[in-house]
Design a protein around this ligand. Structure first.
Ligand code: ATP
Length: 361
């Protein structure tokens, strides 16, 4: 396994002379640590596959370098990079048994028979494939075939990294949650550098120690699931992660106050020097605003509806024309459509042109 450095990396499918704004991957520099579990998360078209294909060597970047353990591998072919890949659809040999399929990447490397057998047994056990080891793959379900594909990706212990491209797409929804947690356990057991591409936040947050959120060809935040939840570095992260996503509303911010439609909300930090001319917004997750009976001290809102999610209820409200979601505390009865909103100042963030601003304590 390897540490991966992306150095001034960018990619333009239109050639190196195209304008930066049109790049599929805008310039980025970052390091992924050896043995880490990373998820590349973002909506369709944000550049996840392009980045994964650059790391695997399928795409040569128009700018910058990829280093494995400090060595520039940008000009190397996929095979020379010594990586394993798992794709959306199973890549297995139907006519071989499960055991032969799992052993194949190791036989290719001429490993001794005893170590092949030991590793195949270990991987089969981790993926609950042991009972099927001597069955031909052709007779197995689509789920089992994809598990074999995962196993083939994980079986070599000497790879620089294992890259997964939406590997649970073909998996039955009921099995997905089980395999998601299993992949996390596999990462802990096998100590490999893993990079997992997905547009599904649950998959990313369950699997990864570090989630790299992409938007429009840029990495907008790279952090733990907790960091993405508690301090979204970009309004896109706030909106894309969490269900419902973070509320974002225009505000006038001065010192420790944010004015929304003329009503002041307290902030726990001071913001004295916001960039001139920038679009200023505040962001607050629905978990940290609650509805209450209307009162002159509270920002007023109209309740559209209340969603009962079992453990928690969220009110869908409007502040003027802006839609907002807020927690409904136990005992609150929404007999009227008018409500007041109570904000938790520690969780109200300020954004300038969509980027988080650090306040002064
Ligand atoms: P998806 O989840 O839909 O695969 P993605 O986040 O993986 O999306 P990419 O496939 O990396 O995104 O695409 C990023 C951008 O690059 C998109 O605008 C896409 O249209 C463009 N793109 C991707 N592959 C090519 C290509 N071979 N030639 C030209 N443009 C491409």
């Amino acid at each position: 396994m390897a540490r991966i450095d992306l150095v001034d990396l960018a990619h333009s499918y239109g050639g190196a002379s195209a304008a930066t704004e049109s790049y599929a991957l805008k310039p980025m520099t970052m390091t992924w640590r050896q043995g880490g579990a990373y998820a590349l998360l973002g909506p369709s078209g944000c550049g996840k596959t392009t980045l994964l294909n650059i790391i695997s060597g399928i795409v040569t970047p128009s700018h910058g370098q990829v280093l494995f353990d400090g060595k520039d591998i940008t000009p190397l072919s996929t095979r020379e990079r010594n990586i394993a890949q798992v794709f959306q659809f199973p890549v297995i040999y139907d006519t071989m048994t499960v055991r032969e399929n799992l052993a194949f990447p190791l036989k290719n490397r001429n490993l001794p028979r005893a170590s092949i057998e030991a590793r195949v047994t270990e991987i089969a056990k981790l993926l609950d494939l042991s009972p099927f080891l001597d069955r031909r793959a052709v007779r197995l379900s689509a789920d089992a075939k994809q598990k074999i594909s995962l196993g083939r990706g994980l079986v070599r212990s000497d790879v620089a990294a294992v890259l997964f491209d939406e590997p649970l797409t073909v998996i039955d929804p009921n099995l997905k949650w089980e395999l998601r947690s299993k992949l996390k356990a596999l990462h802990q057991a096998l100590d490999l550098t893993m990079i997992y591409v997905t547009h599904d936040q649950t998959e990313a947050l369950t699997f990864a120690d570090t989630v790299v959120v992409m938007h429009d060809g840029r990495v907008v935040q790279s952090g733990t699931p907790e960091e993405l939840f508690s301090r979204p570095a970009h309004t896109f992260v706030g909106y894309f992660i969490g269900s419902p996503g973070m509320n974002i509303v225009s505000a006038e911010v001065k010192g420790k106050r944010a004015l929304i439609g003329g009503h002041a909300i307290g902030l726990d930090k001071a913001y004295d020097s916001l960039p001139l001319g920038a679009k200023i917004e505040i962001g607050v997750r629905p978990e940290f605003v609650s509805v209450a009976a209307p009162s002159p001290e509270l920002l007023s809102a109209k309740i559209d509806r209340i969603d009962d999610l079992g453990r928690v209820r969220f009110a869908r409200v409007r502040i003027g024309d802006v839609k907002f979601a807020a927690r409904v505390p136990a005992g609150f009865s929404a007999s009227e459509s008018d409500a007041g909103l109570i904000f938790d100042p520690a969780h109200v963030h300020v954004y300038a042109d969509s980027v988080l601003v650090e306040g002064r304590t």
